[in-house]
Design a protein around this ligand. Structure first.
Ligand SMILES: [Zn+2]
Length: 474
């Protein structure tokens, strides 16, 4: 396959050579794809502005990482044998945590049109129906490359075009090859009949065989639930079907995510889930832009979390995120990309900025939501909302090493003032110098280290052209 180019093979064999191939277990030697990811090294970042998101920032701080774990955070650390990385002019912070993204349809970037027949849902359904499994791979791989480039270290792949088990496999393969930390949530396919459950047998199979998919624990499994499908009994998902889906997820102990908005009547969706006694602490509610006060309280009481994707919520007309209201109620909040079909890109800095500006604008209060608080939503609180706050989301000894370095010397970030303000109001993906996921450096000096960006974009463009031809789409 052309997917593994010559340089990759050379790099892979060089890495194996350095390790001493003879000393490797047979499984590792027989898994060239795993070998494509950089080694987890022993590195110390020196003299950076370190935002741990655990307390006070550390000016001229060091972060020592070894074998994928944060060993120490402080000043003038003793790190014997560690390779030093200069943090001069850099802000070091936890990697950005993305909490709901239809990564597969990144292949349809910016394709939501401006007439009813070319709107988001129709475009996604028309093109989603002619997707082949490899298109899932192409879309999610492009999304993964953009994520890493943008400083996102965790993604929630909300996979709702699984037309057969191959489609799930393709999405998972793209996540694994990228080296991202991720939740993969198994959903329906586009135009899935409401009278049929999603492929529960395949979810059970994946759950059973998950060790082979998790990429050493980096990827976890969830369920992307369609919900109850609106108030009209003629078009709703029958209770027998949606209950069976939820019961399967809960029996397997996998978390559930569901939209509360969309083409269906949005108001009262959370209330309906609550009335069916299905709200739970294992559930993430997406958007909830029109949730009532009672619904917000019900989400809090159930221990569920929410995910806001302000760019898509605004672009499609769902309304404005109720960030301040959910935070005041004590609900864990995560931020999300949702779909680049609508948002165009996966710029989490822009998302954080918009969340702050909308909260302040809606409340007519310049001081409603601080940049520091929004930065928490993009890191530690987003991680908590996904149930991984004990593992990542802040820089603390013992946690997995997911972090980024942002160069403050670029023209759009000069001059150095309040770092939280700089990151939320001024920073952009282009300022992300270095990205580390689980101790592996996946971007360095502004360049992806384990993915060939030019080739990924080229192959995605070819897949998009073929897709449009098959669908007879503009
Ligand atoms: Zn969505």
């Amino acid at each position: 396959m052309t997917r593994i180019d010559r340089r990759t093979i050379l790099r892979g064999s060089a890495a194996l050579g350095a390790l001493g191939l003879a000393g490797l277990p047979a499984a590792a030697a027989a898994a060239p794809k795993a070998a494509r990811l950089p080694e987890r090294g022993n590195v110390v970042i020196r003299n950076a502005y370190v935002m741990t998101m655990e307390g006070a920032d550390i000016a001229n701080g060091d972060v020592h990482v070894k074998d994928g774990v944060i060993v120490a955070v402080g000043t003038k650390l003793n790190a014997p044998g560690a390779r030093a990385i200069s943090g001069d002019g850099m802000i070091v912070l936890p990697g950005l945590v993305e909490t709901h993204w239809h990564m597969w349809n990144t292949l349809l970037r910016s394709m939501s049109g401006e007439k009813a027949e070319h709107g988001y849902f129709r475009t996604t359904a028309a093109l989603g129906r002619v997707y082949q499994a490899d298109d899932m791979y192409q879309g999610t791989r492009l999304a993964a490359a953009e994520a890493i480039n943008s400083g996102i270290t965790f993604v929630h792949s909300w996979c709702h075009n699984i037309r057969s088990p191959d489609y799930a496999e393709a999405d998972l393969r793209a996540l694994k090859e990228a080296g991202l930390r991720a939740r993969f949530s198994y959903g329906a396919m586009q135009a899935h009949p409401n009278t049929e459950p999603i492929n529960l047998a395949d979810i059970e199979r994946l759950h059973r065989e998950w060790a082979g998919y998790s990429n050493d624990g980096l990827i976890s499994l969830g369920m992307a639930w369609r919900g109850q499908g609106g108030n009209n009994p003629a078009t709703a998902v029958p209770a027998e079907i949606y209950t069976r889906e939820i019961e399967t997820a809960r029996r397997l102990g996998i978390p559930i995510t569901v939209h509360a908005s969309g083409s269906r009547p949005a108001a009262g969706q959370v209330d309906r889930i609550g009335k069916a006694k299905l709200l739970g602490k294992d559930m993430q509610i997406v958007h909830a832009t029109v949730a009532t006060k009672e619904e917000i309280e019900a989400i809090k009481a159930a221990g569920a979390s929410v995910s806001f994707s302000p760019f898509t919520e605004l672009r499609i007309g769902f309304g404005l995120p109720q960030t301040a209201e959910f935070l005041a109620a004590g609900v864990p909040v995560g931020l999300s990309v949702d779909t680049v079909e609508l948002s165009g890109n996966a710029d989490m800095f822009g998302i954080m900025k918009l969340v702050q500006n909308v909260a302040n604008g809606r409340s007519e209060d310049e001081f409603k939501l601080t940049a520091r608080r929004v930065l928490e939503l993009g890191t530690i609180e987003g991680a908590r909302s996904m149930g991984i706050g004990d593992k990542v989301g802040s820089l603390k000894p013992g946690k997995r090493a997911d972090l980024i370095m942002v160069s403050t010397r670029d023209v759009n970030l000069g001059v150095f003032t309040d770092p939280a303000h700089m990151l939320v109001t001024a920073a952009a993906p282009a300022n992300v110098d270095t990205v580390m996921v689980d101790g592996r450096i996946l971007k360095r000096g502004g360049k992806l280290t384990a993915m060939n960006a030019a080739q990924i974009v080229k192959e995605a463009a070819a897949a998009n052209a073929a897709l449009r031809k098959r669908a007879n789409w503009w």
